[in-house]
Design a protein around this ligand. Structure first.
Ligand code: BES
Ligand code: MG
Ligand code: ZN
Length: 492
């Protein structure tokens, strides 16, 4: 579905679905008389024992005197519990109720509480995120599945300011949709070169994009990343995206993403069951490109760099073997004891390159790095590993604000010992226990003194818990988190 969203102060001719809000205190939308002249909403709510609980709904056929077809009553709960996430989820809930309507009108002002521009725009954001579909490869679309151009009109006394803010929400929703598309896209279509082309496409938003080829990476000495790539027929890429919306002298904020377009495990091959999910092993890179889209499209007043390491992990006559020793760009050597622990090998060169080239004020990397993080945290939080308390606090807050939650995990010298190697500076696995932590500890060896955080998003980027604003397999997790981190802390 492609939603078209407008704001208006009032309407006399609502058609399609009329959405009327109702709180726990019985106070409902104001100004919706044209949709519901006989107040059937109130009667229907009473019959359905509707108490106005947040996001509870009652759906009725509109009476003869209304120009609308259906009336959807949506609970708004207690006034003081209507936070930012509530309005976003409300938009999602409304969008999910559209069925075959062509028009939806929402009365957002309530008796005694006028809607703010930000609330109105958050409803729009929820609508846009819920409207996402991945149906590129469905050649036979049945009528219900066909994308429809649904027109949403949000009635609010803040219409003028909401209209002005809408492009910001569109920027964010666009970034989320881009990230979801990339995660959902199968690996036969989306190889490293094709992924890099999506990065290149951000140039139209004013992002400077450079794509490094295999030869250039060889020159830089990225032996760890290249070792992973060497088993694939498709060559690797490293995409560097720069948005310069801040002062020229401001050091950039840097985001780094794991972009393994498919992870077979390499010679240490994964079992067959569920391997198809490894088309999403570029969820970190997808979040970074999606965040760069959002940041550029809303013209953020900050300098932001996004770097993504793009490879395919395949077994092949030329693939790297367990026991191989590679030299990373940093000069540190790595004994590859398990070729399936490849994400850290890609990231270590991308992180080192990023730190060396851009001297960023902070560096945040995202990666579908370990199955162990799902064992530890399930699917509701990403794991956060961080060498700087202030940065950890900023990321936690951004996570709370966007409902892209993180949970801080430990790092420390005890764990660091677990990745020391007899034959090289380190090995790429740390043993049976604390697998997500030893992976983080590995990355930490490549970030110097720069405030840095690693987000392990293996449980949140794909196959995630369905929500009011997401029914897609690829969730787009991280896009809003990173965008918010910049908006709240790094814009001038
Ligand atoms: N891409 C996987 C991690 C993963 C697993 C992401 C499941 C999403 C869902 C990663 O490259 C990997 O294979 N990690 C290994 C590390 C191990 C060999 C030390 C793992 O988690 O088993
Ligand atoms: Mg792997
Ligand atoms: Zn992987």
């Amino acid at each position: 579905m492609k939603p078209e969203i407008t704001f208006s102060r009032s309407t006399k001719q609502p058609s399609g679905i009329a959405v009327i809000l109702s709180g726990s205190d019985g106070k409902g939308s104001s100004g919706s008389e044209y949709a519901d002249p006989e107040d059937v909403a109130a009667r229907a709510a009473k019959i359905a024992a509707f108490s106005g609980k947040q996001l509870a709904t009652v759906d009725v056929i509109a009476p003869a005197g209304s120009s609308a077809d259906r009336i959807l009553i949506v609970g708004t709960g207690e006034a003081d519990a209507r936070d930012e996430q509530f309005w976003i989820r409300l938009g999602g809930r409304i969008c999910g109720a559209v069925k075959n309507a062509k028009r939806v009108t929402v009365w957002l002002d309530m008796q005694g509480s006028k809607s703010t521009p930000q609330e109105a725009v958050n409803v729009a954001l929820g609508i846009m995120m819920r409207a996402y579909r991945f149906d590129t490869y469905k050649s036979k679309k049945n009528d219900d599945d066909k994308p429809k151009n649904v027109k949403f009109t949000i009635i609010t006394s803040s219409a003028t300011s909401a209209k002005r803010l809408l492009p910001q929400a569109e920027a964010v929703a666009g970034g989320v949709a881009l990230a979801r598309d990339l995660v959902n896209e199968p690996a036969n279509i989306l190889g490293p070169v094709e992924f890099a082309a999506h990065a290149k496409a951000l140039a139209r938003l004013g992002v400077k994009v450079d794509v490094l080829t295999e030869r250039e990476m060889k020159k830089l000495g990225m032996g760890a990343l290249l070792g992973v790539a060497q088993g694939s027929a498709r060559p690797p890429r490293l995409a560097v995206m720069q948005w310069s919306g801040g002062r020229a002298k401001d050091k950039p904020v840097a985001f780094v993403g794991k972009g393994v377009v498919f992870d077979t495990g390499g010679i240490s091959m994964k079992p067959a069951g569920g391997m198809e999910d490894m088309k999403g092993d570029m969820g970190g890179a997808a979040a970074v490109i999606g965040a760069m889209h959002a940041i550029a499209a809303r013209k953020a007043k900050a300098n932001v760099v996004g770097i993504i390491g793009l490879v395919e992990n395949m077994p092949d006559g030329n693939a790297q073997r367990p026991g191989d020793i590679v030299t990373s760009m940093s000069g540190q050597t790595i004994e590859v004891l398990n070729t399936d622990a490849e994400g850290r090998l890609v990231l270590c060169d991308a992180l080192w390159f990023c730190n060396d080239r851009f001297k960023p004020q902070i560096m945040v990397n995202l990666a579908t790095l370990t199955g162990a993080i799902m064992v530890a945290l399930g699917k509701h939080h990403a794991g956060m590993f961080c060498n700087d308390d202030a940065l950890a606090e900023q990321i936690s807050s951004a996570g709370k604000a966007t409902a892209e939650s993180v949970w801080r995990m430990p790092i420390g010298p005890e764990y660091d010992k677990m990745i020391d190697s007899k034959n090289a500076d380190m090995k790429n696995i740390g043993g049976r226990f604390g697998g997500a932590i030893t992976a983080a500890q590995f990355l930490k060896r490549f970030v110097g003194e720069t405030p840095w955080a690693h987000l392990d998003i293996a449980g949140t980027a794909m196959g995630s818990v369905s929500s009011e604003i997401n029914k897609s397999w690829g969730s787009g997790y991280g896009v809003r988190l990173l965008d918010r981190l910049v908006a709240d802390n790094y814009e001038r």
